[in-house]
Design a binder for this molecule. Structure first.
Ligand SMILES: C[S@@+](CC[C@H](N)C(=O)[O-])C[C@H]1O[C@@H](n2cnc3c(N)ncnc32)[C@H](O)[C@@H]1O
Length: 330
């Protein structure tokens, strides 16, 4: 090979290796974002992420390693050493994240952490370059779900997202009236929610509030596990409640938690010995866990396993009564 050929080959090899390393370490494409997202200013919410093309339901929008993970307690002592252990690029990325404007300089690091920290396990908070840019959206504004795997976070599209749409996730559950949601967010995160659902007209807000409050009340009753298998529990009534929640969620456009809801009904079916219903509800649950948490998530795989073998359900035959529950379409 000629000298110029060797040079050309080495340059191409070096470029290839650097691209692979960037991908592996989740830093993204060196000349821009390697994800179908852009960071833009959004009215009333600072900066946010928008989709740069249509994303289908269940799409893995982002998979990201945190800049760091920190124990939530005793932050004042841990944060300075955590930041000084970061390399220069990561430290700069941290200081580019947002924080309230009225903060004295000495409090900025902690303010950045509080504004952008994502709770990943009980008592652990993580900071991300990109995921920390996702704004909160209540109810049907939420179009993505963030979950934590062993050492990285994933963000899935819970519904199809159009090119130019902002990506929202729930910082806290939003099955409350607008006033309660906004007060919660203000108390916990220090901002007044300006998501599209909180900006609905008073008439639309009232309708949405009624649906969300009903979902919360009915779910609380449904998830009261003690009811399962008790003599007084009426499995058909529990399934009716689950279908009611599903229907209200459909009208509201609020789909977060459908994997768990369908799993609950598969559990009722298992407890009351209805293998057909258990199989069908477990299949539905696997489908929705797939959208929310990924098709390779433990939850999805567990529900696929149950759909293949309903009697392997841990609650199989828990009740002495045998009852036909019926599938999702009945
Ligand atoms: C994790 S950061 C999200 C990214 C941030 N908007 C930015 O400019 O980098 C959280 C902060 O964004 C703003 N924010 C997020 N969701 C919001 C919403 N629904 N309404 C108003 N502000 C919001 C608040 O200032 C909040 O403290």
């Amino acid at each position: 090979m000629s000298t110029s050929g060797k040079l050309y080959f080495s340059a191409a090899l070096a470029l290839g290796i650097s691209i692979i390393l960037f991908q592996l370490y989740g830093r993204g494409w060196p000349f821009g974002l390697d994800v179908p997202l852009d960071i833009v200013n959004v009215e009333g919410r600072g900066r946010g992420l928008i989709a740069t093309r249509d994303l289908p339901q269940g799409y893995l929008i982002l998979k990201e390693n945190p800049l760091f993970v920190i124990q939530a307690e005793d932050l004042g002592r841990r944060l300075p050493s955590t930041l000084s252990n970061l390399d220069k690029t990561d430290r700069e990325a941290f200081f580019q994240l947002s924080f309230p404007s009225d903060i004295p300089n000495s409090d900025i690091p902690e303010a950045i952490l509080r504004t952008n920290g994502v709770s990943i396990r009980s008592n652990e908070t993580a900071i991300f370059r990109l995921l920390s840019r996702v704004n909160h959206g209540c109810s049907h504004a939420t179009n993505s779900v963030l979950s934590w795997r062993d050492n990285h976070a994933v963000l899935y599209a819970i519904r199809p997202i159009k090119k130019g749409e902002e990506i929202f996730r729930e910082y806290v559950p939003s099955k409350f009236s607008r006033k309660v949601r906004r007060d919660n967010l203000e108390a916990l995160y220090g901002f007044r929610c300006n998501c599209p659902v909180c900006l609905l007209s008073p008439v639309e807000t009232e309708k949405s509030d009624i649906r969300l409050s009903s979902i919360a009340t009915i779910e609380a009753e449904l998830y009261d596990r003690n009811k399962l298998g008790k003599e007084e529990a009426d499995p058909k009534e529990l399934v009716r409640l689950a279908k009611r929640v599903w229907g209200l969620g459909e009208t509201e456009g609020y789909w977060v938690g459908r994997g768990r809801l369908a799993e609950e009904v598969s559990t009722i079916a298992a407890a009351y010995h209805d293998s057909d219903a258990c199989r069908q509800w477990a299949r539905l649950s696997a489908e929705w866990y797939g959208y929310e948490l990924g098709r390779d998530s433990n939850q999805t795989l567990r529900m696929i396993q149950i759909s293949l073998n309903p009697t392997s359900h841990p609650y199989w035959g828990e009740s002495r009564k045998k009852t036909e529950i019926g599938g999702p379409d009945e």
